[in-house]
Design a binder for this molecule. Sequence first.
Ligand SMILES: Cc1cc2nc3c(=O)[nH]c(=O)nc-3n(C[C@H](O)[C@H](O)[C@H](O)COP(=O)(O)OP(=O)(O)OC[C@H]3O[C@@H](n4cnc5c(N)ncnc54)[C@H](O)[C@@H]3O)c2cc1C
Ligand code: SF4
Length: 512
Amino acid sequence: MPLLRLILGDQLSHTISSLEDIDIRQDVVLICEVMEEATYVPHHPKKIAFLFSAMRHFAQELQVRGVSVRYVKLDDEANTGSFDGEVKRAVEALKPQKLVVTEPGEYRVLTKMHSWDKLFSIPVEIRTDERFLATGKEFGAWAKGKKQLRMEFFYREMRKKYRILMEADGKPTGGQWNYDKENRKTPKAAMAFPKRLSHHKSAITEDVLAIVSKRFSNHFGRLEPFHYAVNRDQALAELDHFIKEILPSFGDYQDAMLSREPFLYHSLLSSYLNAGLLLPLEICQRAEAAYRSGKAPLNSVEGFIRQILGWREYIRGIYWQFMPEYGQRNDLQAKLPLPDFYWTGQTQMFCMQEVISQTRDHAYSHHIQRLMITGNFALLAGLDVKEVQQWYLAVYSDAYEWVEMPNTLGMALFGDGGVVASKPYAASGKYINRMSNFCDSCAYDPDSMTGEKACPFNALYWDFLVRHEEKLRGNQRMPFVYATWNKFSADKQKAIRKQARKHLERMINGQL
Ligand SMILES: Cc1cc2nc3c(=O)[nH]c(=O)nc-3n(C[C@H](O)[C@H](O)[C@H](O)COP(=O)(O)OP(=O)(O)OC[C@H]3O[C@@H](n4cnc5c(N)ncnc54)[C@H](O)[C@@H]3O)c2cc1C
Ligand code: SF4
C-alpha cells in the first residue's frame, strides 16, 4: 500500500524528512494550492506568485525523478480550498497506508495535522524538520533554567556545534565572537550598489502570474515586475551572486537606510531559505569559504553567518518554546488600530512612505527598516500587536508565523515582556536621521520636538517611555534615558506629552 507524503509550500527541499525514504514505485506526493492558506491574511501577490510557482516547479522536478505527484492547482474544479479538504480527498482517492509529513512552520497547521488521524482514520507520522540547525528539543535544553535567553550565547553554541568560524584550539576565528562594532557605517546616497539578478519567467511562472493577478488583485502589493527565483537552480544563482558580489560589503552598511535603495548589501535570500530552496548550513559554509579564501572580510562574513546560524535559529526556537501562549501576549497593552497608511503609504512621514512603498513594490524591506521604521512607529504609537503581526505576515515574501511572530511581537513591539529583546528598540527621529537620508525629503523636521513640523517619532518616543515607565524603569539598560527625561523641565515634559497626543489624534484622523 502506498504512503501519502504531504509537502507544504515552505517545504520545497528534495532532502526534506517527509521524502527521505520515498518508494517511487508506489508512494504519492501531495502538493496543494489552497485558498485558505493564501487568504487567512491577505498575502502580498508577489509572495503568493513566488510560492505557487516554486511549488509547481518543485512538483515538476519530482516528476522528472519518477515520483508520482498529486498536484492540486488553485483553480482545479474539485479543489476544496483547505488542507483538511485536500488531505481528505487524497486519502479517499488513494487509500494510503499512512500519511507522512514534516512538521510545519506554524502552530496553527501543526494543530490541524494532529487532528488528521482521527478525522480521516489514517495514521499520521509527523517528522522533525531537519533543515533547521537546532531542533526544538535542543533549544529547550539550552533554554532550561536560564533567566534570560540571549541570542548571543545561543549563537556561540551553534558556532561550536557546527564548527563554523572556529579554530582548532576551540577559539572563535579572529579572536572575537562578534564584529558588530565594525558594522555601522553610514552609506552615501552616491554609492553604487550591486545590480540584482532578474530570473527568466518560465511558462509555469507566467501561468501563475495570470492566476494571481486575477484572483488576488485586491491584496496589498504590486505583482509585476516579478523577478524572483522560483526553483533551486535559480536560488543557487542568487546565493552565488550574493557570495561573490555582495557579501564583502554586507557588514559595513548592515544598519543603514537609503531612499530609493531598498536592497543595499542585503542578501535577499530569506524567501528562498524559508521556502526550502536553499538550506541554512550550505549558506553559512559558502560564506565561511569566502572568508577562508580571502574573498570577503571577517566582519561581513561573521555578521552574515550570525543572522542565519544565530538569529534565524534562535527566533524559531523561541516560537516553538513558547507557543501557543506566546501568540496571546501583549505585555504593553498596545491596542490602537493599525492606521490605513500601513496599507496605502499615504502619510507625510517620509521614512514610513519609503518603507511601505518598497514593501508594496518588492514584498521586501530590509531588517533595520522593518525594525526601526514600521516596527518602531508601531511600538511608539502603541498599535494593536495582533494587527501589526498580521500586517508583517501578509506583506513580506519571507513571512511565516514561526519567524514573523517573535520578530514582530518580541523584537519590534516588546510585547513579550523582554523574552527576545533585552530592551525596547524604541528610537526617535534623531536615530533615523543618523542612519538614513530619509529626513532630507520629509515634511517633518527631525530636530523639532514640538510644533507643526515636529517629527512625530520625537514626542512619541518620550511619550512611550513615560507611558511604560513602571515596566521599563527597572530595566538595566534604561536608567540613562529616564535620567535624561527627568532633566527636562516640567513645562517641556508637558509640551512633549501634549504634542504626542496631537500626533496620535492626527494619526487616528488620517492626517499624520
Ligand atoms: C518586525 C520584523 C518582522 C520580520 N519578519 C520576518 C519574516 O517574516 N521572515 C523572515 O525571514 N525574517 C523576518 N524578519 C527578519 C529580517 O528582517 C529578515 O530575515 C531579513 O530582512 C530578510 O532579508 P535578507 O534575506 O536580505 O536578509 P539579510 O540582511 O541578508 O540577512 C541574512 C539572513 O539572515 C536571516 N535573518 C536575519 N535576521 C533575522 C531575524 N531577525 N530572524 C530570522 N532570520 C533572520 C534571514 O534568513 C536572512 O536571509 C523580521 C524582522 C523584523 C524586525
Ligand atoms: S523627520 Fe521624522 S518622520 Fe520624517 S523621515 Fe525623519 S524620522 Fe521620519
